[in-house]
Design a protein around this ligand. Structure first.
Ligand code: ZN
Length: 143
């Protein structure tokens, strides 16, 4: 496993299932066990029905770019080689408003568009941590 020195997420009790899912290359979202509303980021109470009962459900990992911006100045020394890079907000197909911040891979900044269909890919950055990224859904061209 290559060296990775960038800041990494520290899973806590609320986010551990999410990060464990990523390690298995499955995108999990917290979900209200009563009304089925997906909740991200995890909250103590369902914003739709105020239920405290939560479960985790696997989602398709497909969505669309809701918004994005380009980082030109690294705020951490280990990102200096990456700038400029894009940070995107992906709205997952499962639910309007279910949005996940991430990065786009296999795509130049010039290609990014609002509404662009994307799908999740998983990047194993260390033995313990896998990060979800998104790539454009390309037309099936056999390549
Ligand atoms: Zn609910």
């Amino acid at each position: 496993m290559r060296h990775y020195s960038k800041p990494l997420p520290t899973p806590d009790r609320d986010t551990l299932p999410y990060w464990e899912g990523c390690r298995r290359h499955e995108l999990l979202m917290q979900r209200c066990a009563d009304c089925g509303t997906y909740i991200f980021p995890p909250l103590p109470m369902c914003p739709a029905c105020t239920s405290m009962n939560r479960e985790w459900g696997r989602v398709s990992g497909r969505g669309r770019i809701y918004s994005w911006f380009v980082v030109h100045h690294a705020t951490h020394p280990d990102f200096v080689d990456d700038v400029p890079y894009a940070v995107v907000l992906v709205e997952l197909d499962e639910q309007p408003g279910l949005r996940l911040p991430s990065n786009v891979v296999e795509c130049s900044i010039e290609e990014i568009e609002i509404g662009m269909p994307v799908e999740v890919v998983f990047e194993d950055v260390t033995d313990e941590v896998t990060l979800p990224k998104f790539r454009p859904v390309r037309a099936q061209d056999g390549s």
